[in-house]
Design a protein. Structure first.
Length: 126
């Protein structure tokens, strides 16, 4: 039986091209298949308003657009947002009325919840 990947001169270029195209195609399919819609509930158990909410990959500080769209999450209130995840988890960043930030990483395997409490020290840039 003749080897399809080798000739007397070496590897067949057509076979290599086919394998490369198959790998690229499967990587594209799997990367798109992982994007999923997740319901995220953020509960504000602090005495400060949450004025902005952002997402980023867990290992990055490249934040997306503000998810609250000029809304606020008042003290002792919550908001539920539908987000898209393209990884197993995502970082959620909240900014309060003083411009201070807190963040957490939530799983994208199903519905997610985050309760922000007064005992978390926010990053106020100082």
């Amino acid at each position: 039986m003749r080897n399809l990947f080798k000739s007397k001169k070496g590897v067949y270029p057509t076979a290599l091209l086919f394998v490369a195209m198959a790998l690229v195609g499967s990587a594209t399919i799997f990367s798109h298949a992982r994007t999923q819609a997740v319901s995220l509930t953020v509960t504000n158990s602090t005495n400060r308003e949450i004025r902005h909410l952002y997402l980023s990959p867990p290992d990055s500080n490249n934040w997306g657009a503000d998810l609250l769209n000029d809304s606020v999450i008042a003290p002792n209130a919550s908001a539920t947002l539908n987000i898209s995840c393209d990884q197993a988890s995502t970082k959620v960043i909240a900014e309060d009325q003083n411009g201070c930030f807190v963040s957490t990483v939530v799983s994208c395997g199903g519905n997610a919840a985050w309760t922000i409490s007064n005992n978390v020290t926010p990053d106020c840039g100082g």
